[in-house]
Each structure stands twice: as C-alpha cells, then as structure tokens.
Design a protein around this ligand. Structure first.
Ligand code: PLP
Length: 377
C-alpha cells in the first residue's frame, strides 16, 4: 500500500520506536515514583522529552504540559482559559478549526460565552484585520489554527499574535498539522497556548502536549495526583512522551530540507494528476508542504478511492465523522458541492518516495479516466 494519508496519522519512525522501547521494557518506572532508580530514570526521560518538545517550538521546557494528544491539549487550553476568564466572556474563533477546537468553543458558548466566528477568504485564510475588528473589551481569547488539516492553509499566526498582544488577550493556536512542517516559534509568534500531537509527526498515538506560556492562568480539567504542575493529573505515559520528544527532535533537525522535499513531491503529484484534469484546491502560497487537496471534475471521490485500493488517501469532502456532507472547511471557502464531492486529500510524508508518487498518480489518472468513461455510457 502507498500511504498518502499523513494528515490523518503517520507511521512511527524506527528511530522513535528505538527511543521508546526501553521505556516499555526494562525502564518501566513511573516518573512520579522518586524513591528508586526506575522512577528517576523515567523522570529523567520525561524531562529530556520536555526539553526536546520545547526546543522545536521555541518554548521553555517548563511551559510544556504533556497530554494524550492534541484533542486533549485543545480542550485544556480552551476550557482551562475560560475557567480563569474573570469578567470577560467573549471568544474569537476561526471557522476552519478541527472539531476538538470547534466543539469546545461551542461547549463554551452553551455555557454563556459569546463567540465571534471569523470570516475566511477563498483560500481559507483569516485576515488579521478581521481579528482586530472582532476583539471587544470583553474578549479573553482568540483561537486560530496554525495550519488546516484539509486544505493545508497556513494562517498568519505572527500577525494575529501581535494583535492579541496589543489587546492583552490570550492567543491559542492548534499547531497539530503545522508542527515539524512550517516554522513555529511560540515566543516570536505571540502564542500563549499551542497544541500538538506525536502521531502526526512520526511518533506514537496517544501522546501530545500543550504549550502554556509562563504566567498564563488555566483551570485544570483533570484532577488527581497533581502531575504536570497540577494542570493535568494522571500517571505520565513515559514511552509515549519519550516518543514525542524523539519525534520532535527529528523534525527540528531536518525540517527545512524535508519541507522542500515534500513540496517538490507534492507539486510533482499535482503535475501528474493534471493528465486527469484534476485541479488543486486551497491556497497556492502559504500551504503545508505535504498537502494536496484536489478535485477530479465529474468523478465521485468515494468511487475513485474504491477504484484505487493500493493507495491510502482521504476523501476531500467527507467531514471527520465520515458522513457524506461536505465539510465545513470546504463550505467556508465557497467550494461547490460537486467539486467538493470529487475531491481527494493527499497527505505526503517522510517515507514517501518519488516512485510511489509516480505510481499513485498513474493509478489515479487511470481510475478517473475509467470512471468518466463509465459515467458517459
Ligand atoms: N487538530 C488537528 C488540526 C488535527 O488534524 C487533529 C487530528 O486529526 C487533532 C487536532 C486531534 O489530534 P489527536 O488525534 O492527537 O487528538
């Protein structure tokens, strides 16, 4: 199988697995059991990973809180900030967010927060001026994802961070898809809260982190033993955390070269798919280097995927729940339902080769041509 669904998840890099294995076997200690060597080893490994995560995003290690992934990190950020909002009760949010942000914002709205959903342009980009215009004296938080998981739009994070700083409000960004692919420096970008997850960067599933800028007050959402400075109780997933740290380290050292390689392969794929009259959606500039969201006019994406079982991709139209509704993201950028239903999301990754890209393109072009012929009969 040619795996081109790296926005959904990624395989674990063998180097990450090697780093994790000792913590699943002989070094199985609980990082909170500080009365013996096994506990100390686990604690040391967790602190090493904390520094590795911090380094990738430009944070101080004390600002990293380990979680079970980005969904939990987003929930902690948004509900946690709302729990310490004082008199303020207004949130400004982008409409393209992953459900772990969107539904959490809706949850806050159901509990009395006012929400302004920002407009986006046809590339799915939020305009910083619209953010500035939406902020009121009652706003306590702005949330805009760093990069979109469907069409790959990279948002003007730094400009939004500057506006949030000028207004003295919190800026949360879901950096899940951006981390390791585009430059992210939480300090320079003016971010207070940023979520990330290991399984999108060739680490294990069930391990993620929230960056919490020093001095940012959050209400804990999980109570118990007081781990993670009381912000997230529960025994730490030491092997998962070690995997996250190793995955971050690999991304940091090779990021720019890898981004250029992915963009080149992605553009090659787009060029080859032109033989099937496929047209790319989303932005031309300011897009994740591994993202190609592309429509095959006159072809149904579900049929196309069934016709190419050798390649793992996602339908570009189905929302996260797998329903046949076109996604909110595609609606928000004004895509016609028929174009959306004929679209496929290709997500390239570290282990894809040029030969795989050529073979995937060949299979999709052949299948699209075949399906069109059948439809015409
Ligand atoms: N945010 C974005 C943009 C995502 O793409 C995903 C994963 O699909 C998540 C959050 C959720 O991450 P996790 O699976 O670690 O909870």
């Amino acid at each position: 199988m040619i795996y081109l669904d790296n926005h959904a998840t990624t395989p674990v890099d063998p180097r990450v697995l090697d780093a994790m294995l000792p913590y699943l076997k002989e070094r199985f200690g609980n990082a909170a059991s500080r009365s013996h060597r096994l506990g100390w080893e686990a604690e040391e490994a967790v602190e090493r990973a904390r520094a590795q995560v911090a380094r990738l995003v430009g944070a101080d290690p004390r600002e990293i809180v380990f979680t079970s992934g980005a969904s939990e990190a987003n929930n902690l950020a948004l509900k946690g900030a709302a729990g310490r909002r004082g008199e303020k009760n207004h949130v400004v949010a982008s409409p393209l967010e992953h459900p772990s942000v969107r539904e959490t914002v809706e949850h806050l709205a159901a509990r009395g927060c006012d929400v302004t959903w920002l407009p986006v342009d046809r590339e799915g980009r939020v305009r910083p001026d619209d953010v500035a215009g939406a902020i009121t004296p009652r706003t306590f938080l702005v949330t805009v994802m760093a990069a979109n998981n469907e069409i790959g739009t990279v948002q003007p994070v730094r400009e939004i961070g500057r506006i949030a700083a000028e207004c003295g409000i919190l800026f949360h960004t879901d950096a899940t898809q951006a981390v390791g692919k585009v430059a992210l420096d939480v300090r320079a970008d003016g971010v207070h809260l940023a979520a990330l997850t290991a399984h999108k960067i060739f680490g294990p599933k069930g391990s993620g982190a929230l960056y919490v800028r020093q001095g940012t007050a959050l209400e804990p959402q999980t109570h118990g033993g007081g781990q993670e400075r009381g912000l997230r109780s529960g025994t730490l997933n030491v092997p998962g955390i070690v995997g996250l740290g190793a995955a971050c380290d690999i991304c940091r050292t090779g990021r720019e070269g890898e981004a250029a390689r992915l963009a080149r392969l992605r553009d090659r794929l787009e060029g080859l798919l032109a033989a099937a009259e496929a047209r790319a959606n989303g932005p031309r500039e300011g897009r994740l280097p591994n993202n190609l969201h592309i429509s095959f006019p006159g072809v149904d994406a579900e049929s196309l995927m069934l016709a190419v079982p050798e390649v793992a991709v996602s339908s570009g139209s189905a929302c996260a729940s797998g329903s046949m509704e076109i996604s909110r993201v595609l609606k928000a950028i004004g895509m016609r339902p028929d174009a959306a239903r004929g679209s496929i999301r290709f997500g390239l990754g570290r282990f894809n080769t040029e030969a795989e890209i050529d073979e995937a393109a060949r299979l999709f072009v052949a299948a699209a041509t075949r399906l069109r012929k059948v439809a015409r009969r």
